[in-house]
Design a binder for this molecule. Structure first.
Ligand code: NAI
Length: 271
């Protein structure tokens, strides 16, 4: 079928919810064969069922913890066995753990967050790149960072450290691929406040404060975002589609900020 990513095979980690789900759906809508992976074995298959019903590209679900090196080897081997190649990697799986003060963050929480947000991204590239290179037709790697990877956030220091790491990891792998001349482009995406289930999973004041009220993304965005609203997962997916497609063929090592203007400055709205 025709589409902006027709004939491409794409892997989307953390594809069972929020931004990853929207990316998987949009890539399939635009003709890609999509491998949706996630630790969530309940929602993951539902996403794939929805994609099949919508009638776009083919989709499968694989249970996958991105922190497991062993599972990464199996997932990539399965993609090779079923589809013979991989053109697009979207390393999206991530969690956010807040803490009222970095002094109160436990080492266990720091390590859990780093294992998913940073080790998982490292493993995604380590295991996907050889198969992408073998295909011999280039490819696109999209790593999900955050606005928190570009600037500091009180209560989210650990999260920012992982996302800042993803940002420079993307640029360095982009330089490796450019040096190798393998045609594989690597870019990072930096969403602002996007209304997904992640906000309900972050303890508001950090677990140590005892305040566990979920954060209301819409309310937060009304105050903090120049455009005055939270973004939708689909609005991030549109940016990822651009980076995954040949429309972005001259982009590598770049950062795509999709944040309703937050990184640019502070707007004074009159309404
Ligand atoms: P979400 O919580 O809706 O989805 C995250 C998905 O990752 C879930 O399906 C979850 O099961 C999966 N996941 C968690 N641990 C995993 C693991 N070990 N292995 C595999 N899958 C795992 O969150 P959302 O908002 O869709 O976030 C997606 C990405 O976007 C994350 O990397 C997040 O840090 C990033 N992001 C989100 C923003 C937002 O405002 N929602 C802002 C900036 C970045």
């Amino acid at each position: 079928m025709a589409g902006q990513v027709a004939d491409k095979v794409a892997l989307v980690t953390g594809g069972a919810s929020g931004i990853g789900q929207a990316i998987a759906e949009l890539l399939a809508e635009q003709g890609a064969t999509v491998v949706v992976t996630d630790v969530d074995e309940l929602k993951g298959p539902d996403v794939v069922t929805g994609i099949r019903k919508a009638g776009g590209g083919e989709a499968i679900f694989l249970h996958h913890d991105v922190t497991s090196e062993e599972r990464w080897a199996e997932v990539v081997a399965e993609i090779k066995r079923r589809f013979g190649r991989l053109d697009v990697l979207v390393s999206n799986a991530g969690i956010g753990i807040g803490a009222p003060s970095i002094v109160e963050m436990s080492l266990a929480d720091w390590r859990r967050q780093t294992a998913i947000n940073l080790d998982g991204v490292f493993l995604s590239v380590k295991y996907s790149l050889p198969l992408m290179r073998k295909g011999g037709r280039g490819g696109s790697i999209v790593l999900m960072s955050s606005l928190a990877g570009l600037r500091g956030s009180a209560t989210l220091a650990g999260y920012s450290a992982t996302k800042g790491g993803v940002r420079l990891f993307a640029k360095s792998v982009a330089m490796e691929c450019a040096s190798a001349g393998d045609g594989i482009r690597v870019n990072s995406v930096h969403p602002g406040i996007i209304d997904t289930p992640i906000w309900g999973k972050i303890p508001a004041g950090g677990s140590a404060s005892g305040q566990n009220a979920p954060i209301d993304a819409q309310e937060l965005a009304r105050m903090a975002t120049p455009l005055g609203r939270a973004g939708e997962a689909r609005e991030i997916a549109q940016g990822v589609l651009f980076l995954a497609s040949d429309a972005s063929s001259y982009m590598t090592g770049a950062e795509l900020v999709i944040d309703g203007g937050m990184f640019a400055g502070t707007a004074v709205r009159r309404t």
